[in-house]
Design a protein around this ligand. Structure first.
Ligand code: UD1
Ligand code: CA
Length: 461
């Protein structure tokens, strides 16, 4: 027994095997990034919101990388069909036959290169499909300039007849502005039955998926066109120029949302580059030329000055990031100050009120509360206590040519300018190193050391 269309479960099939010749790229089109994530990731994330049984992705070009991108986004929910040679959209669907053809389900068909499609729109298409009892529902849209798209051809009564591709269309048909978005809902078994009858008899010698609509109609089943009003949402990325337009749109929307709903100030919203996944707190001010990438979180009342880049990092409240600082995979607590021209990376951690000044690099190191490294310093694999001052030109010599070693500096230490800390090494609490010291041995607490190599000069207590 067939389930009624109202209750049939939903599967999603995403076509993503093509190279995308017009991108002029070695990389498969669906791997090109929009808002910091591959195009395919956008599509499968949206598909996931529909709660389908599975999301099947047809892969071909760079199959392995495309699979990785899909798995990273939706994990277990995804499975894959390989289309080794791209012989058209009909053939793409054909490659999923063994996985789907016997399933008594609805099949939502998406393209991997249509990243802006919203779940709400897809739900409307599916609801329309279920309500009308159609075997095939096509998401259509009217375009000012329909060039390149498949046109929806109707009879005199306005009833759907067939889809004709640009290259196969007559002069008259090319004037039609109603196009096929390439998004469809099918009764799965009917689709695979019709697909057997598709032949590559067209200008491009391809198996056109679009031919199934006419075939299904000829068997007396219902084909519906569900007309959508937002062309941008259903359009695909075909060239890098289009990708840049999409990027612009995604970015503008993200910034607008942060301003209107989030209370974030942008000095010049057209010159800020903010990942749609970033969170920024109220009353934070973003200067021109700032880039915030990935899932970064920035707290309230921060000031991020021009040219800063913040990638996959967390900032607390009231943090100041001065011009041209780079912060990657790092964590900065409230009331810290960073830069200008600072570089924090690989899990650099600043606790409250720590300060890192100009030309300071901090790698895989922790600066505890109130500690300062103001100028021209490298801190790698170091743990530095509270209220410690790191003088200008200090270097943790963490690499002996073979391995990395740790430096530990305890609370209330004064590291003199130009100190070389040859790791592994520890400097005890309240100690001081003289300017130009080369510290090769552990320094006990409350001790002044100086020289090359550094010797104990006196006890400070
Ligand atoms: C298709 C439609 C067209 C519609 C347009 C909307 C057909 C014949 N035409 O045309 O009516 O207006 O989309 O964008 O379907 N793919 C594969 N394997 C293949 C071929 C394509 O996986 O063998 C994938 C592509 O990677 C892409 C999607 O299918 O993600 C669409 O393919 P594309 O070549 O862009 O189709 P269009 O010619 O644009
Ligand atoms: Ca296309």
């Amino acid at each position: 027994m067939n389930d009624a269309p109202q209750t049939k479960p939903l599967n999603v099939l995403v076509m993503a095997a093509g190279l995308g010749t017009r991108m002029k790229s070695k990389r498969a089109k669906v791997l090109h990034e929009l808002g910091g994530r591959p195009l395919i990731a956008h599509v499968v994330r949206t598909a996931q919101l529909l709660d389908p049984k599975t999301i099947l992705v047809v892969v071909g070009h760079q199959a392995e990388q495309v699979e990785q991108a899909v798995l990273a986004e939706v994990g277990e929910l995804a499975s894959f069909a390989i289309q080794a040679k791209q012989r058209g959209t009909g053939d793409a669907v054909e490659s999923a036959r063994t996985l789907l053809a016997d399933s008594d389900s609805l099949l939502l068909l998406l393209s991997g290169d249509v990243p802006l499609i919203r779940a709400e729109t897809l739900r409307k298409l599916i609801d329309h499909h279920r309500a009308t009892g159609a075997a095939c529902s096509i998401l259509g849209v009217r375009l000012e300039n329909p060039t390149g798209y498949g046109r929806i051809i109707r009879d005199e009564q306005g009833r759907f007849q067939r889809i004709v591709e640009q290259k196969d269309a007559t002069e008259e048909e090319r004037k039609v502005r109603e196009i096929n978005s390439g998004i469809y809902c099918f009764e799965t078994r009917t689709l695979f039955d019709a697909l057997r009858r598709v032949e590559p008899k067209n200008e491009q010698g391809e198996y056109y998926l679009t031919d199934v609509a006419e075939i299904i109609l000829s068997t007396g089943r219902k084909v519906e066109v569900f007309t959508h009003t937002d062309p941008r949402e259903v359009s695909g990325v075909n060239t890098r120029a289009e990708l840049a337009e999409f990027e612009n749109l995604v970015r503008r929307n993200a910034i607008r949302r942060l301003m209107i709903e989030g209370g974030v100030t942008f000095i010049d919203p057209s010159h800020a580059y903010i990942s749609p996944e970033a969170e920024i707190g109220r009353d934070t001010i973003i200067y021109p030329g700032v880039t915030v990438e990935g899932k970064s979180v920035i707290g309230e009342g921060c000031v991020i000055l021009s040219g800063a880049r913040i990638t996959n990092s967390r900032l607390g409240d009231d943090v100041v990031v001065k011009d041209h600082s780079v912060i990657v995979d790092s964590e900065i607590a409230s009331n810290c100050s960073v830069g200008p021209f600072a570089h924090l990376r690989m899990n650099a951690t600043l606790e409250e009120k720590a300060t890192v000044g100009n030309f300071v690099e901090v790698k895989k190191s922790r600066l505890k509360r109130g500690t300062k490294a103001m100028h021209l310093t490298y801190l790698g694999d170091a743990t530095i206590g509270e209220r410690t001052n790191i003088g200008a030109g200090t270097v943790t010599c963490n690499y002996d040519g073979v391995r990395k070693h740790e430096t530990i500096i305890e609370d209330d230490v004064k590291i003199g300018s130009d100190t070389m800390l040859v790791a592994p090494v520890r400097v005890g609490a309240r100690s001081t190193t003289g300017a130009g010291s080369v510290v090769t041995k552990d320094v006990p607490p409350d001790t002044l050391v100086a020289g090359v190599p550094a010797e104990v000069k006196k006890k400070l207590k």
